[in-house]
Design a protein around this ligand. Structure first.
Ligand SMILES: Nc1ncnc2c1ncn2[C@@H]1O[C@H](COP(=O)(O)OP(=O)(O)OP(=O)(O)O)[C@@H](O)[C@H]1O
Ligand SMILES: [Mg+2]
Length: 164
């Protein structure tokens, strides 16, 4: 008899560079446990420039396919894409729900000044450590970022009890 598998849970980490996505993802991956999918790390390991748009788009699509397979198999998956736009977050939410999976959105908010300070930090986790991000780039990206509103947050599932 084929064992019944309940669909898993998707966790979206939303935030600008240096907002703490990788730090949180590593902790949650251990505590839940969950599979962490971080495009920056994959690109860096493949030797691809982290600012190259097309390879990143392709990798993100591949990892999303992989994530859906894992969700079908009942796993918890953490996506560290940053999810600056509401449209991207909606696509993931609807995709996960269509599989019967729960989906959480976690917004890592930090003041821009704090992110500037963290640009200088040498102990950044993940693949951007050796790729320069300037203050000007961060300031520009902050204008593109669409912070989730309370109404949008309410469309997602509550975090797993006991895990913050
Ligand atoms: N909650 C926090 N409070 C203070 N510092 C933090 C916090 N979370 C992460 N940091 C620090 O901020 C820096 C960036 O964290 P992290 O690499 O987790 O962010 P990120 O969003 O994954 O960044 P990137 O987009 O560059 O990969 C690190 O030096 C980390 O130690
Ligand atoms: Mg990171």
């Amino acid at each position: 008899m084929v064992p019944e598998i309940r669909p898993g849970r998707l966790i979206l980490l939303c935030g600008l560079p240096r907002s703490g996505k990788t730090t949180l993802a590593r902790r949650l991956a251990e505590e839940i446990p969950a599979v962490r999918l971080c495009p920056d790390e994959w690109l860096a390991d493949l030797g691809v420039d982290l600012h190259a748009v097309e390879p990143r788009d392709r990798l993100e699509k591949l990892l999303w396919r992989h994530a859906q397979e894992l969700l079908r198999l009942g796993q918890t998956v953490i996506l560290e894409y940053g999810f600056w736009s509401r449209a991207e977050r909606e696509e993931m939410r609807l995709g996960a729900r269509s599989l019967g999976a729960a989906v959480e959105l976690r917004h890592l908010a930090a003041p821009l000044e704090e992110l500037h300070r963290r640009l200088e930090s040498r102990n950044t986790v993940g693949g951007w450590g050796t790729t320069a991000i300037t203050r000007d780039m961060l300031d520009h990206w902050a204008t593109l970022f669409e912070p989730p509103t309370p109404a949008e947050m309410a469309l997602f599932d509550a975090p797993v009890a006991g895990l913050r």
